[in-house]
Ligand binder design. Structure first.
Ligand SMILES: Nc1nc2c(ncn2[C@@H]2O[C@H](COP(=O)(O)OP(=O)(O)O)[C@@H](O)[C@H]2O)c(=O)[nH]1
Ligand SMILES: [Mg+2]
Length: 250
């Protein structure tokens, strides 16, 4: 069973004082509006509509909590990038998101979703620059990879790797497609590491799947990305190549 399959919508939070008090470990998902954030949460939970509850009017600008198990959550943050009145953006940012990202103790890492066709927008860079100093890990999902050729995927991944190597934070990245279910195993491994959950080998790669044959090799290949993000000592520099192609990528 996929690791996050049991995730259920828990609550919508609009004020800091309403953040769940029982959370021991949570992972926040951030990204531009339309980057594929909700689809990524749905794909990880193997659920077609889970994260779309956050589309409900009144919830899009708030923090939405999905409970994985007691005390562990996936957290959907408001998408950024839509034109809004500047004072609205500022009050949401200063009142809720900034303190949440900076000071939420239970927050153990940030998943940043970037459309692989145009990653590293100004706002993505701002988010990276802003979160990196917390010292907590950031895992970038280069979403909608199915829209790129293999060559374009490699190009996008290399560009992102170069920029991430200079941000100074504990940054890792991978290609991802919710539509084609690419990169789920790799992302699960990273997130499970952050949350202290065990990834079952059987769930990660069924014995009779093509993925199983390459699982060991690929696990080595994602070395710097998945392993360093999962809590071991961060490495300063990624290898010149690779790190992005999970075993379920074509
Ligand atoms: N081709 C493709 N389209 C995707 C993928 N993920 C999301 N989309 C599409 O991108 C649009 C925005 O996705 P959504 O998850 O709502 O983005 P959000 O605003 O960041 O939560 C929708 O039309 C999705 O169907 C993907 O992996 N591949
Ligand atoms: Mg969404």
């Amino acid at each position: 069973m996929p690791l996050f399959q049991k995730a259920v919508f828990q609550t919508t939070v609009a004020r800091l004082q309403d953040l769940p008090a029982d959370s021991q470990a949570e992972i926040a998902f951030a990204g531009r509006s339309n980057s594929g954030k909700s689809s990524a949460i749905n794909a990880l939970a193997n659920h077609t509509r889970l994260a779309f509850v956050s589309r409900t009017p009144g919830r899009t600008q708030h923090i939405n909590y999905f409970r994985i198990e007691a005390g562990k959550y996936l957290v959907d943050l408001p998408g950024y990038g839509f034109a809004k009145a500047p004072e609205e953006i500022r009050s949401q940012w200063e009142g809720l998101l900034a303190p949440y990202l900076r000071y939420r103790e239970a927050l153990c890492g940030l998943v940043l979703i970037m459309d692989s066709r145009h990653p590293l927008t100004e706002l993505d860079l701002q988010m990276l620059g802003w979160f990196a100093p917390t010292g907590k890990p950031i895992h970038v999902l280069l979403s909608k990879a199915d829209k790129l050729t293999r060559q374009q995927q490699d190009l996008a991944a290399r560009e992102v790797a170069q920029v991430l190597a200079t941000t100074g934070g504990r940054c890792t990245w991978q290609l991802f497609s919710s539509l084609r279910k690419w990169g789920i195993v790799q992302a699960e491994a990273v997130l499970a590491g952050w949350l202290g959950l065990r990834v079952k080998e059987a769930a990660a790669a069924p014995a009779n799947s093509p993925g199983a044959r390459t699982a060991h090799r690929k696990r080595a290949a994602i070395g710097w990305s998945a392993r360093s993000a999962a809590g071991s000592k961060p490495q300063k520099k990624p290898p010149a190549k690779g790190g992005s192609r999970g075993q379920d990528m074509p």
